[in-house]
Design a protein around this ligand. Structure first.
Ligand code: ATP
Ligand code: MG
Length: 782
C-alpha cells in the first residue's frame, strides 16, 4: 500500500480508499475530514484516475490552494494542476465563462460583488422614486439574494402570489419590479452577481442537456468539503453533476452548520442518504487537532443542542491547559488583556504571531482589539470585514480595469466616470442612465455616440464624456500588449489617481497611496507567479476574476507572521495554536437577533462550538462588563455559553488590579461571589502569573519603526510613500543579502536607475535572478 496512507488512522483510511459510489463522512471538528478528502484525491490519482475527471469543492480558495499543494507533494505538481478545485463560486464562474453565450452573456462578464449589487439596487430605488427608508437597499438585496438561492427567477416570482403578498405585507409591494429591473440591468451590463454564479449554473444545467452531459462526463468524481453549509442552489448543482456516475463523496459536520442565515440547509447533510442509492456512511471519532480539555469542553457545549446527530469525539492528545475565561471592565480592557496575553505568551513560549487567532461574532468588535494590538506593536491582519479589495481606492483602480475588459459594466463606470473629478456631474450621469434605458444600450455606448443621441447635455460636457471614452479605449489598446502590472501603473498615473491622493497629504491620503502600491505589488507578484503556471497567462481578465472571487477568508497578502483576526464564520475549517474568542456577552454572542427561536439559538451554539474547536493548544474566552455599541456605553452580561461549559474544563481569571479597584466585580458568572479568591488566591491573576504585567508605556506608544524615515542629504526623495522611503533609508548596495516576501533570501547583484525607477537585480535562492523595482519590492536587508 502507498506509503502516505500510513499517515491516516484506520477509520480515515476506509473512506480514503473507497472511491466508487456515493458516500458521506460525518464527523466532529478536527477529526480529519478535510485530510481524508485530500488524501483521497491523491489516492485516486495514484490509482490512475485522470485529475481532469475530479472536481473538488471547498469552502475557501485558501483551503483549495492548501489541498492542492498537499496533493502536489504526494503525486507531483504537474499532475495536480489539472484538478478542478475551488469554491463553488470560482469553479462555476469558470464554467459559465466557457458556456456564457448559451445564456446570452459575454464570456468576459463582470462579477458584481455585494457592494456593486447594493449600489445598483440603491440607484434603482432612487430612479423609481421609492422611499428609501422602507425600501432599504440592503434588505431588498437580501430578499433578491434569497429568491435567487431558492431558484426563484423573476418570472417565477411574478407567478407566485404568495411571494408578492409577503413583500406587500412587508410594505414593499414593488419588490417584484425592483427585482426585474435589477436582473435586467445586470444582464445589460454583462454582469453576474454572486448568487447568479449558482443560479445561472443551475439554469445552464437544466436548460441545456448536452451541457449537463458534458460536465457529468467530465467530472466523474466529485468531492465536497463542509457539506453541511451548502444551500439549495449548490445542492442542486452537485446533484445534477453527480447524477450519472454517482461517484460523490461529501464530508461535513452537522454540529458546524452555521450559515442558515444565508440559506444553507442543514437538511442537505441529514438527507444525503435518501438522495442516492447505497450510500456508504463513515464516521471519524478521533480528534487530532486539540487538547483533551478543548475537545471535552467543546463536547459539553454541543451537548446542549437538541437537534443534532449523535457523535463521539475524543482525542489521544495531551490534557492541555484549561480554557481560560477572562472578564474585563470594558471592551478596551478586553483588548488590552488579549494583547498583553499574546505578548507575554509569545515571549515566554517562543511563539510566533501566527500562532494566535482572535475570533469574534461581529466585525465591529475588531476595533478595540486592533487598538490594543497596535499599541504593543503586534502585527495583525483582519480577514473579511473591509478586505483589501473592498477599500475605496482599490475599488477605484479596479473599476478602471473592469471597464477595460467590459465597458458595459455599469457599476464600474459610475464609480470612476467622475473620479478623479473631471467635471461630469451626477445630473449628467442620471441623464445618461435614462438615455441608456431608453435606447436599450449601455451607458458607455450612449457616451460614445453622444452626438447622435437626443440627450440634452451642453457641448462642453459632451467633450468631457468623449474624452473619458477615449481614455478607456486607450487603456484597451494598451491591454493588448502590456501585462496587468504595466497597465495598472499606467492607469493610476494617466487618470490622475496617484496625484489625487498625493496632493491631499493627509495620513489617510498616504495610507491610500500605500494601498495602491500594495495593489501594484500584488499585480507584479501575480504576473510573476502566473508565469510559473503553464495553463494561465496572467491576463487582466484572470486577475480580475481572482479579485472578484477572493473570499473574505483568503485575506490579504503581506507579512505572513501576523495575528489573525476574523469572525467565527470565517474561521470554519481553520486551526490555530492559541485562540481567543472575545465578546462572550449576552446579546452579542449569542446575538440579540437569535433570541426569537430555539433553532436560532442552536445555530449560535454551533457557532460557539466552531470557535472553540479551532484551538489546538489553548483557548481563551473573554467578555467585558460594558462595551461601546452603537456609539453608547452599554452594560453587558456574560454569555450563557460560558456557564454551559462543564466547569472542570475552565479556569476563571480576572486581572488583580481590576479586583482591587472595582468592588462591583464581585458578582461571579456562576453566581457564587468570589469563591476562589480565598480558597486559592493565585487563581486571580493575569495569566501566566510569574511575570509582572507589562508596563513599558513608552515602548507601547512608539510608532512602528518603518515610519521613522531619515533621508540622506544627497538624495532627494521623489515621493513620500513608505515603500520608497525605505529604499532611501536602506542604502541598498551590491552584495547585500535581502529578504523578499515571496522569493525569500537573495543577493543583490546589480542596481540600476535612480529615484523612483531604481531597480535591483537580485539572485534569489529559490526563484533565481529577478529584476525588481525597489519602489514596490519591499525588501528587507538581512
Ligand atoms: P473541521 O471540522 O474543523 O473542518 P476536519 O475534520 O476537517 O476539521 P482536519 O482539518 O482534516 O479536520 O484535521 C485536523 C488536524 O488534525 C489537521 O491538522 C490534520 O492534519 C490533523 N490530522 C488529522 N488526521 C490525522 C492523523 N491521522 N494523523 C496526524 N494528524 C492528523
Ligand atoms: Mg475541515
Amino acid at each position: 500500500m502507498e506509503k502516505y496512507l500510513s499517515q491516516l488512522n484506520e477509520a480515515q483510511l476506509e473512506p480514503t480508499i473507497q472511491i466508487e459510489g456515493p458516500m458521506i463522512v460525518i464527523a466532529g471538528a478536527g477529526s480529519g475530514k478535510t485530510r481524508v478528502l485530500t488524501f483521497r484525491i491523491a489516492y485516486m490519482m495514484s490509482k490512475g484516475i485522470d485529475p481532469f475527471n475530479i472536481l473538488s469543492l471547498t469552502f475557501t480558495n485558501k483551503a483549495a490552494k492548501e489541498m492542492k499543494e498537499r496533493i502536489a507533494t504526494i503525486v507531483g505538481a504537474s499532475e495536480s494542476k489539472n484538478l478542478w478545485m475551488g469554491t463553488f463560486h470560482s469553479i462555476f464562474a469558470k464554467i459559465l465563462r466557457i458556456e456564457a453565450d448559451k445564456l446570452g452573456y459575454p464570456s468576459n462578464f463582470t462579477i458584481y460583488d455585494s457592494q456593486d449589487s447594493g449600489r445598483l439596487i440603491a440607484s434603482i430605488i432612487k430612479e423609481m422614486n421609492l422611499d428609501k427608508d422602507i425600501y432599504k437597499y440592503k434588505q431588498v438585496l437580501g430578499r433578491i439574494s434569497s429568491y435567487k438561492n431558492s431558484l426563484i427567477t423573476v418570472r417565477a416570482y411574478m407567478q407566485n402570489p404568495e411571494l408578492k403578498e409577503a413583500d406587500a405585507m412587508a410594505r414593499r409591494p414593488r419588490m417584484g419590479e425592483i427585482y426585474k429591473e435589477y436582473v435586467d440591468r445586470c444582464f445589460k451590463a454583462g454582469a453576474m452577481d454572486f448568487d447568479d454564479l449558482l443560479l445561472k449554473t443551475n439554469e445552464l444545467l437544466t436548460r441545456f442537456p448536452e451541457v449537463l452531459a458534458k460536465y457529468q462526463n467530465r467530472f466523474k468524481y466529485i468531492l465536497v468539503d463542509e457539506y453541511q453549509d451548502t444551500n439549495h442552489s449548490q445542492y442542486l448543482i452537485v446533484r445534477a453533476l453527480s447524477d450519472k456516475f454517482q461517484n460523490i463523496c461529501v464530508v461535513g459536520d452537522d454540529a458546524q452548520s452555521i450559515y442558515a442565515f444565508r440559506g444553507a440547509n442543514i437538511n442537505n447533510i441529514l438527507n444525503f442518504q435518501n438522495d442516492y442509492d447505497d450510500v456508504k456512511v463513515f464516521r471519524l471519532e478521533q480528534n487530532y487537532r486539540s487538547t483533551k480539555n478543548i475537545v471535552n469542553a467543546a463536547n459539553s457545549i454541543i451537548d446542549k443542542n437538541e437537534t443534532k446527530l449523535d457523535k463521539v469525539v475524543w482525542t489521544a492528545n495531551d490534557e492541555g491547559g484549561k480554557i481560560i475565561v477572562n472578564r474585563s471592565l470594558t471592551d478596551s480592557d478586553e483588548g488590552r488583556y488579549v494583547a498583553s496575553t499574546i505578548w507575554e505568551s509569545k515571549m515566554q513560549n517562543q511563539l510566533k504571531n501566527s500562532d494566535f487567532a482572535i475570533l469574534y461574532r461581529t466585525n465591529a468588535q475588531s476595533r478595540s482589539i486592533e487598538d490594543a494590538l497596535r499599541k504593543r506593536d503586534i502585527p495583525y491582519r483582519i480577514y473579511g470585514g473591509t478586505s483589501f479589495y473592498q477599500r475605496k481606492e482599490i475599488k477605484d483602480v479596479v473599476a478602471y480595469l473592469r471597464l477595460v475588459i467590459n465597458p458595459a459594466d455599469e457599476e464600474a463606470l459610475k464609480r470612476v466616470i467622475n473620479f478623479p473629478a473631471r467635471g461630469i456631474g451626477q445630473t449628467t450621469v442620471d441623464k445618461l442612465i435614462v438615455a441608456a434605458n431608453g435606447y436599450k444600450r449601455t451607458i458607455f455606448e450612449v457616451m460614445k455616440n453622444i452626438d447622435k443621441t437626443n440627450v440634452s447635455i451642453n457641448a462642453g460636457t459632451k467633450t468631457k464624456l468623449k474624452n473619458f471614452v477615449t481614455l478607456v479605449e486607450s487603456f484597451q489598446v494598451l491591454n493588448q500588449s502590456a501585462d496587468v502590472f504595466e497597465l495598472a501603473e499606467h492607469v493610476t498615473r494617466t487618470t490622475g489617481i496617484i496625484k489625487e491622493f498625493n496632493k491631499d497629504g493627509t495620513p489617510e491620503g498616504v495610507a491610500k497611496m500605500e494601498n495602491i502600491e500594495e495593489l501594484l505589488n500584488g499585480m507584479k507578484d501575480f504576473v510573476e507567479g502566473q508565469k510559473e503556471i503553464a495553463d494561465t497567462t496572467g491576463s487582466l481578465a484572470e486577475f480580475l476574476e481572482d479579485v472578484a472571487l477572493a473570499t473574505d477568508a483568503d485575506g490579504d497578502k503581506g507579512d505572513p507572521d501576523h495575528v489573525a483576526l476574523m469572525t467565527i464564520h470565517l474561521a470554519k475549517g481553520l486551526e490555530f495554536s492559541n485562540v481567543f474568542v472575545v465578546g462572550l456577552e449576552e446579546d452579542l454572542f449569542p446575538s440579540a437577533m437569535s433570541g426569537n427561536t430555539r433553532a436560532e439559538l442552536e445555530e449560535e451554539r454551533r457557532l460557539f462550538y466552531v470557535a472553540v474547536t479551532r484551538a489546538e493548544k489553548q483557548a481563551y474566552l473573554t467578555y467585558a462588563l460594558s462595551r461601546y455599541r452603537w456609539g453608547k456605553l452599554v452594560d453587558s452580561e456574560p454569555s450563557r455559553f460560558i456557564s454551559e461549559i462543564d466547569e472542570q474544563y475552565l479556569e476563571i481569571v480576572t486581572p488583580i488590579e481590576e479586583r482591587r479597584f472595582n468592588p462591583m466585580l464581585s458578582a461571579d458568572i456562576f453566581g457564587d461571589a468570589e469563591p476562589n479568591i480565598k480558597a486559592n488566591p493565585n487563581k486571580i491573576r493575569y495569566k501566566p502569573a510569574k511575570k509582572p504585567v507589562f508596563k513599558k508605556a513608552n515602548a507601547a506608544k512608539k510608532e512602528p519603526e518603518k515610519f521613522q524615515v531619515t533621508t540622506p542629504k544627497n538624495l532627494k526623495p521623489v515621493a513620500k510613500s513608505a515603500g520608497e522611503a525605505n529604499l532611501f533609508d536602506s542604502k541598498l548596495t551590491v552584495g547585500n543579502l535581502v529578504k523578499h516576501l515571496r522569493f525569500g533570501v537573495g543577493e543583490v547583484k546589480k542596481i540600476e536607475g535612480v529615484g523612483a525607477d531604481t531597480k535591483a537585480e537580485i539572485n534569489f535562492q529559490h526563484g533565481g535572478v529577478k529584476k525588481l523595482l525597489l519602489r514596490f519590492a519591499k525588501l528587507e536587508i538581512i
